[in-house]
Design a protein around this ligand. Structure first.
Ligand SMILES: *[C@@H]1O[C@H](CO)[C@@H](O)[C@H](O)[C@H]1NC(C)=O
Ligand SMILES: *[C@@H]1O[C@H](CO)[C@@H](O)[C@H](O)[C@H]1NC(C)=O
Ligand SMILES: *[C@@H]1O[C@H](CO)[C@@H](O)[C@H](O)[C@H]1NC(C)=O
Ligand SMILES: *[C@@H]1O[C@H](CO)[C@@H](O)[C@H](O)[C@H]1NC(C)=O
Ligand SMILES: *[C@@H]1O[C@H](CO)[C@@H](O)[C@H](O)[C@H]1NC(C)=O
Ligand SMILES: *[C@@H]1O[C@H](CO)[C@@H](O)[C@H](O)[C@H]1NC(C)=O
Length: 359
């Protein structure tokens, strides 16, 4: 028969097995575990980086509201986007408002305010494609500098907002009917690369906004841009779609055209494109963990051709380096750089980046 005495024996046996009852010692190492964290940003580098990120959050906030206001419900429905899908976009705008509060608090009294924007789309489908691209460079722009921030406490909170943005990016791809994440790794780009892309869509900012301290590279465009193929796909929103034919394939010719430096760009035309690079020689493909170069051919003053590289991230059988929505630039050299020293590529940029929508 069961007795309390028997329970007592069982309990003492359990205690004996796990003794001694002291916590394991904290492993050696780790950074910032001893002092009280401060989330306030002080260094110039951190301020300039988070200021850029705040400007990115603001355009997303405006953009998500804008597309909901711009297009009638029937046009969303015609693209297979329901009331619940539209609520998700509305909720993403709320997330952006939250992110803007967070970054403003980190920056303090001088934090930028919202600006005015112009958008390159005229339909629900092309607006969703634009959201998918804007959040791609928003996300990658932060991954590029997160590692280099001095204030690790604020870097952590910034990451917690960019993780949400990464989910938005994937949802927009799903809304577009694309394969949601055809990569093993989400890539990073430098602040100047992100600012070159972002500045194209900001028309006017409040005068008191702090100036963006990063370089604007000359504009680059992909003449035979695969985006057009993406916009014509006969696909509906879904968690995932195998595209019957990929948008682009390795080896295919890619035609690039770029602008001369010295052009006024960005809000109120207050920024000017510059380059310190010599003559154009390579296309740099930034995707996954890789910076891959292909030689340019048929180079004239502002035009050259190249081909989509064959490289796979960890060799044959792993993910193609070029897939998803990724970045392409024209450079004067092909220095070996990796995600943590990508900024050493900045002095070699002739033009770009442009987004290249491969898969
Ligand atoms: C410019 O941006 C401000 C702040 O978001 C907004 O109040 C204003 O309506 C915008 N103006 C235009 C013309 O979009
Ligand atoms: C990536 O790109 C290739 C074409 O280069 C395509 O066949 C493949 O399905 C894409 N998606 C994934 C997940 O690799
Ligand atoms: C989807 O694409 C993958 C990779 O190309 C292939 O192995 C798989 O059979 C496809 N599945 C369907 C249902 O089309
Ligand atoms: C370069 O130009 C030649 C002659 O016009 C043409 O045959 C070739 O296909 C071009 N190559 C590329 C990569 O554009
Ligand atoms: C891509 O980057 C990874 C990590 O640095 C590296 O191991 C791999 O060799 C690179 N792949 C290519 C094709 O360059
Ligand atoms: C960038 O870092 C890699 C190591 O990850 C190193 O091999 C390479 O030389 C560095 N590039 C430059 C231009 O210093």
């Amino acid at each position: 028969m069961f007795s309390f005495a028997a329970v007592g024996v069982l309990l003492s046996a359990t205690v004996a097995l796990s003794a001694p009852a002291t916590p394991p010692p904290t492993p050696q190492g780790g950074v910032g575990l001893e002092q009280a964290p401060s989330y306030h940003i002080t260094s110039d580098f951190d301020f300039a980086s988070v200021n850029l990120a705040l400007n990115q959050e603001y355009i997303e906030l405006d953009l998500f509201h804008h597309i909901l206001a711009e297009f009638p419900v029937e046009q969303f429905e015609a693209e297979g986007l329901t009331a619940e899908d539209r609520f998700l976009i509305e909720y993403m705008a709320d997330q952006e408002a939250g992110h803007a509060i967070l970054l403003s608090n980190m920056l303090g009294a001088n934090a930028a305010k919202q600006c005015n924007y112009s958008y390159p789309f005229d339909s629900v489908r092309s607006s969703i494609d634009f959201c998918q691209k804007l959040t791609r460079f928003g996300e990658s722009g932060v991954y590029g500098f997160l590692e280099h921030l001095e204030n690790r406490a604020s870097a952590e909170m910034l990451l917690q907002s960019i993780t949400t943005e990464a989910r938005q990016q994937m949802v927009f791809r799903q809304f577009e009917g694309l394969f949601p994440m055809p990569v093993f790794f989400e890539t990073g780009i430098t602040q100047s690369m992100a600012w070159t892309l972002l500045s194209q869509y900001i028309t006017h900012c409040p005068e008191e906004n702090p100036r963006i301290q990063w370089q604007n590279f000359p504009g680059l465009s992909v003449a035979n841009d695969p985006t057009q193929a993406a916009l014509q796909l006969e696909v509906t929103p879904a968690i995932t779609h195998n595209l019957s034919t990929p948008l682009t394939t390795p080896g295919q010719q890619v035609d690039l055209t770029w602008e001369d430096p010295g052009k006024s760009v960005g809000p109120d035309g207050l920024y000017t494109t510059t380059t310190t690079a010599g003559a154009a020689k390579y296309a740099a493909w930034i995707s996954q963990l890789n910076i891959t170069y292909t030689p340019l051919s048929n180079i004239t003053e502002n035009f050259a051709s190249t081909y989509q590289p064959f490289a796979q991230v960890f060799g044959p059988g792993t993910a193609p380096v070029v897939n998803d929505t990724m970045f392409i630039l024209v450079t004067d050299d092909n220095p070996y750089v990796t995600p943590a020293n990508l900024s050493l590529l900045n002095p070699h940029v002739v033009a770009g980046p442009a987004l290249y929508q491969s898969g």
